[in-house]
Design a protein around this ligand. Structure first.
Ligand code: PSU
Ligand code: MN
Length: 305
C-alpha cells in the first residue's frame, strides 16, 4: 500500500533525492518540552545549527492529516504557540491524529518512525524517554526504547533524561540490543549534566567513526537504532547538586499528585525548570544545539562527505 500520509517539504525531498545529508528533529520538545517563545526560538536555532554543520533539517510533526518531515517557520511557530494543546504523539497515536487531522507533536519514538519512512537515518534531540523511577510498580517505560530496538534510525541525544532510572534504562537497551555510543566520553551523560555514574558500550571520538558503525550495522541487516550520547558542553553544564535536588523534588511531587502516563515527562521538565529558576531550560537549549551540530556532522559523514 502506498504511503500517501507522508509529506516531505521540497527542500528535504530534494536533499534526499540527491543523497545530501538530512537530520530529523522532533517536535514534542517544542510543544511540551519548553515554554513559548523559547521553544520556537530554540527550534529555529536548532535548524540553523544543522545547516551550519552541513545538513538539511527536517523537523517532524503531524499537521493537516499528514506526517510531515520538514516544517516551515510558520508551522514551527504554530506548534510552539499551540504548546501543550498539541497532542504529544507516540507510535500508538499516529493513525488517530491523521484521521482527525489533529495537531500532533512527535516524540522520539514517532519521529523515528517518520524519519525512517522518509529515509532519514539521523535524528537529533535532547534526551530520550526511558524507564521511569519506580517503574517496577508503575511499569512506566517510554515507547522510545522499543522504537530504538526496532527502527533503523540513530538518535543523537545528551543521554536519557535525568528524571529517569538511568541504570534500568541502560539495562533495557542492552536487552533489546540497542548499542549506546558515547561521543568523546566513556561515561553515559545525565541529560542536563555530563556524568551519570554509568558507562557507555562504546566510546567513539569522531563523526566518521559513528557513521562507519551505523553503516556496518545496517548493511549487515541488524535491525534497530543506535543511541549516541553526547554530553552537554562543560561551559553550559549546570551545578549537578542543584539539578539533582530539583529532580528529586519534582519526581516526589509527581508521585504525590498522581501524575501518570504521558503527562509525567512534561510535568517533570516544567517543574525542574521552576525549581532551578530556569537553569535547566538554559541547559536544555544548549544541549539540543550541541546534538543538532553533531547530528549534522554524522549525517554528512554517512552521506560520504
Ligand atoms: N527530552 C526533552 N524534552 C522533551 C522530551 C524529551 O528534553 O520534551 C520528550 C521527547 O519527545 C521524548 C518524550 O520522546 O519526551 C518521552 O516521553 P515519555 O516518557 O512519555 O515516553
Ligand atoms: Mn511513559
Amino acid at each position: 500500500m502506498k504511503n500517501n500520509n507522508l509529506q516531505l517539504n521540497p527542500e528535504v525531498a530534494e536533499a534526499l533525492a540527491s543523497g545530501r545529508p538530512v537530520v530529523a528533529l522532533e517536535s514534542t520538545i517544542i510543544s511540551h518540552g519548553m515554554p513559548y517563545p523559547e521553544n520556537v526560538e530554540t527550534a529555529l536555532k536548532v535548524e540553523q545549527a544543522v545547516r551550519e554543520n552541513g545538513a538539511i533539517p527536517a523537523t517532524v510533526a503531524m499537521l493537516d492529516g499528514k506526517l510531515k518531515a520538514g516544517l516551515s517557520h510558520d508551522e514551527i511557530e504554530l506548534l510552539g504557540k499551540t504548546g501543550r494543546q498539541a497532542i504529544k504523539a507516540s507510535r500508538r497515536d499516529i493513525p488517530f491524529i491523521l484521521a482527525k487531522k489533529l495537531t500532533g507533536a512527535t516524540t522520539v519514538a514517532s519521529t523515528m518512525i517518520i524519519a525512517d519512512m522518509a529515509g532519514v537515518r539521523i535524528f537529533a534531540t535532547g534526551g530520550i524517554g526511558g524507564v521511569h523511577r519506580g517503574a517496577a510498580e508503575t511499569m512506566d517505560i517510554s515507547a522510545d526504547l522499543q522504537e530504538l530496538a526496532n527502527t533503523n534510525v540513530a538518535v543523537i541525544s545528551a543521554g536519557a533524561k535525568s528524571i529517569l532510572d538511568i541504570g534500568l534504562t541502560l539495562e533495557y537497551l542492552e536487552t533489546f540490543g540497542v548499542p549506546v555510543i558515547g561521543y568523546q566520553t566513556d561515561e553515559f551523560p545525565n541529560f542536563y549534566t555530563r556524568k551519570s555514574g554509568y558507562g557507555v558500550d562504546y566510546r567513539l571520538d569522531s563523526p566518521a567513526e559513528i557513521a562507519q558503525a551505523l553503516k556496518i550495522k545496517w548493511e549487515t541487516g541488524l535491525k534497530g537504532g543506535v543511541l549516541v550520547a553526547n554530553p552537554i558542553p562543560a561551559e553550559h553544564e549546570p551545578a549537578f547538586a542543584a539539578i539533582q535536588e530539583a529532580t528529586e523534588k519534582a519526581v516526589a511531587e509527581a508521585f504525590e499528585k498522581g501524575i501518570r502516563g504521558k503527562e509525567t515527562t512534561p510535568f517533570l521538565l516544567a517543574r525542574i525548570k521552576e525549581l532551578t529558576s530556569g537553569e535547566s531550560l538554559r541547559a536544555n537549549i544548549e544541549l539540543v544545539l550541541n546534538n543538532a551540530a553533531l547530528g549534522a556532522r554524522v549525517a554528512l559523514a554517512l552521506a560520504g562527505g
